[in-house]
Design a protein around this ligand. Structure first.
Ligand code: MN
Length: 717
């Protein structure tokens, strides 16, 4: 256990201006507060906050953080109040202690649904000041170091899993590399002790048989660089056991094949010397293709900067070499913690550090529920990055497997919403193409374009997914609102009134709605009936002139799952695997129709009916035509949207009759628009979900047999 004066000396050594009195008071306060409490190890409880403070002292954090560490468990585990802390140590420290206490209260590994909500709270609590997270990470690190004292194996396992899943990635995110590695190693030891032991033994064997390879390699590298006039510090080390294990898992290779278990760091004085040193090393040793990475010109999101390369180095051993300056190393080892050593170091780069956190919080605000949020977060947390460039050379960092759609949304939501195609390294590619490091991406946009629900199946970033979902939700809402309005207009007219939005203003409260649109949307959805709304607006109104009842339209909630741009691919023969598929909005083909595919670069294939009028415009580009047919096995259970143009008599009940006939024939109206009103007739465009052409023919026949219906035709472009 670190003694009081040792801790103070440790802090004073790197920050001579630190408030000694404050540190001393916090030390004594915490010791008194925890009194005779004991840890599972039998140590006095007080040893824990002191060790946590010591860890943060090793990372050279400011006095406020060290004090917070000393006090981090007093609220939770003693009867000290937050007011007391504030009175004794001031507002800032009280706020930090409160933050850490909140983090500690959040049970991250509870049942699945709660986990998402809890993680969301967790991020919110730490977003206030990342020092709160640093204290929490140091707390977790000390608890992991002493994990073996916990008797219950199930609990040990849970803590280790949580460390691996949440805390180590968070430590990596804020660039605190040493903490991340130790957390991983300790969790690894608990979760897979045999694997860890065997890797350790194997490494020891290799070390012995290689008789001091590390020392000899360092000496040779040093000499090679010195001859070129580059003075350098070089350190060598084996990779962590956990990173070796993960590599073996990820690439499914044996230990012997895993050549680069040794990593060397070359420290030089100046930035441009990094590149000179790299040049010298590449001249001397054959480079291993694919291993070179320039994180100086393209830093990682946590601000890590370094050159990486792999060479067949001294002793003909394959080694990994990282080249950086001392300053870069400082950031690499300590990450965000480097900012709080001295107050003046809180600099403009802090904004960069926070960007990923801002993005997470942004998603959190717009996600429909905690489930959706967790899904995004996990993706964001565990994916590695690819770096791409805009045509102007701006850098956009994205998770692996990101597509041009992700890129577009990362640049700006408007660009994402209106994107139609992408030009990657000078070639037009489909929007679902996976992007790679160094790709230059130009997004082609078109005004009036809207996101396709299909994109949701391939985007990799939470931001893109949440924007697409948000758009789909608002689009659904527009459809519901239009439909609801049509129903209300009809019913009002039927009862002898003219409908206007303001008619609804008096009954907003009755239906607990914020605006007239909300009521219309509810009617469209079917959660309210038109008659209910009418009765509320005119409470005294007696009996309808028609006496007929409007049958509410049934509108399927999830049109996107089955509709024309649906995620379920429809079995179509003649398509290239993986090609994006759209059904043309002009002719709305359904199974049974004779069809043809038109290829559009960047969009995939659009399916038209063979008699669609818009096919004429492709007459002189026969190379774009694709011979396709519906798959005959009939296993396709999905519904398809067909568009009908209907003329009905403008008389009470005809709209209800129409929807009744369609409903009786198991058709589902997914959209309805009145395109023309005259005193005698309504012209309607109706989208109906049907299973196939035969189904549609039945509905058309039934409609034609209905007296109020004047004519029914398929829309033909
Ligand atoms: Mn603690």
């Amino acid at each position: 256990m670190i003694r009081q004066f040792e801790l103070v000396e440790k802090v004073k050594a790197y920050d001579p201006s630190a408030d000694e009195d404050l540190l001393n008071r916090a030390y004594v306060f915490a010791m008194k507060a925890h009194g005779s409490q004991r840890r599972a190890s039998g140590d006095p409880y007080f040893s824990h906050p002191i060790e946590v403070a010591g860890i943060l002292g090793d990372m050279k954090l400011d006095a406020a953080t060290i004090v917070t560490a000393l006090l981090h468990d007093v609220i939770e585990d003693t009867d000290t109040s937050l007011d007391e802390i504030e009175a004794q140590f001031g507002k800032e420290i009280a706020r930090f202690v409160d933050g850490v206490t909140k983090l500690s209260r959040i049970e991250l590994q509870s049942e699945h649904t709660k986990q998402a909500e809890n993680f969301r709270k967790f991020l919110l609590a730490m977003s206030d000041d990342l020092r709160v997270l640093l204290v929490k990470l140091a707390d977790r690190l000390h608890n992991m170091r002493t994990l073996s004292h916990i008797p219950d194996p199930e609990r040990r396992r849970r803590v280790a899993l949580e460390t691996m899943d949440i805390y180590a990635p968070l430590a990596e995110r804020i660039g605190v590399r040493r903490m991340k590695e130790e957390l991983e190693d300790l969790a690894f030891a608990e979760l897979h002790p045999e694997a860890r032991d065997s890797i350790k033994a194997r490494l020891a064997f290799l070390r012995e048989s290689g008789d001091d390879a590390i020392e000899r390699i360092i000496a040779e590298l040093k000499e090679v660089l010195a001859k070129a006039g580059i003075p350098a510090e070089i350190t060598g080390r084996e990779k962590t056991l956990y990173s070796v294990w993960r590599k073996m898992q990820g690439r499914n290779i044996s230990f012997e094949q895993l050549a680069d278990v040794m990593a060397f760091r070359v420290f030089v004085n100046e930035l441009d010397t990094c590149y000179r040193a790299l040049g010298v090393i590449h001249q001397h040793y054959p480079m291993v293709p694919g291993r070179f990475k320039d994180y100086i010109s393209t830093p990682k999101p946590n601000n890590y900067r370094s050159l990486h390369t792999g060479v067949i180095g001294p002793l003909k051993k394959r080694v990994e070499i990282q080249i950086r300056t001392g300053e870069m190393n400082e950031v690499a080892e300590r990450g965000v913690a480097a900012h709080w050593t001295y107050k003046q170091h809180i600099s403009s780069t802090e904004g960069r550090q926070y960007r990923w956190l801002q993005e997470l919080l942004d998603i959190l605000e717009h996600a429909a529920g905690p489930e959706e949020f967790l899904e995004h977060t996990k993706l964001e947390m565990y994916n590695h990055q690819v770096f791409c460039f805009t045509p102007k050379g701006d850098l956009i960092s994205l998770p692996r497997r990101a597509t041009p759609v992700d890129f577009a949304y990362a640049v700006h939501s408007d660009i994402g919403n209106t994107c139609v195609g992408a030009n990657v390294n000078g070639r037009i590619v489909p929007l679902r193409t996976e992007l790679h490091n160094g790709d230059q991406v130009e997004i082609i946009t078109s005004k009036g374009q809207t996101p396709s629900p299909l994109w949701e199946t391939f985007v990799a970033t939470g931001k893109a997914r949440s924007r697409i979902r948000r758009f789909i939700r608002s689009q659904e809402r527009t459809q519901y609102t239009d439909l609801g309005r049509a129903i209300l207009e009809k019913i009002f007219r039927q009862e002898g009134y003219e409908f206007a939005d303001k008619s609804l203003l008096g009954v907003l409260k009755t239906f607990r709605c914020a605006g007239a649109e909300d009521i219309q949307a509810k009617v469209g959805e079917g959660t309210l009936t038109g008659l209910e709304v009418f009765a509320a607006v005119f409470p005294g109104h007696k009996g309808g002139r028609s006496g007929s009842k409007i049958i509410p339209f049934s509108l399927r909630r999830s049109q996107r799952a089955t509709g024309r741009d649906g995620a379920n691919p429809v079995p179509i023969r003649g398509l290239i695997a993986g090609m994006a598929l759209h059904y043309a909005n002009c002719c709305h083909p359904i199974p049974g129709d004779r069809i043809v595919g038109i290829m559009t670069t960047g969009k995939g294939v659009t399916i038209h009916t063979i008699d669609c009028e818009s096919l004429q415009s492709f007459g002189d580009t026969p190379e774009r035509w694709l011979d396709v047919a519906w798959d005959a096995d009939g296993s396709d259970a999905a519904n398809h949207t067909a568009r009908l143009e209907v003329v009905v008599a403008n008389e009470p009940g005809s709209l209800g009759r129409l929807s009744g006939v369609i409903g009786n024939n198991l058709g589902n109206i997914s959209n309805l628009k009145i395109t023309l009103r005259s005193p005698d007739f309504f012209n309607l465009v109706i989208d109906v979900e049907v299973s196939d052409l035969k189904h549609l023919s039945n509905i058309v026949a039934a409609l034609r047999a209905t007296p109020q219906v004047n004519s029914v035709e398929r829309a033909r472009g």
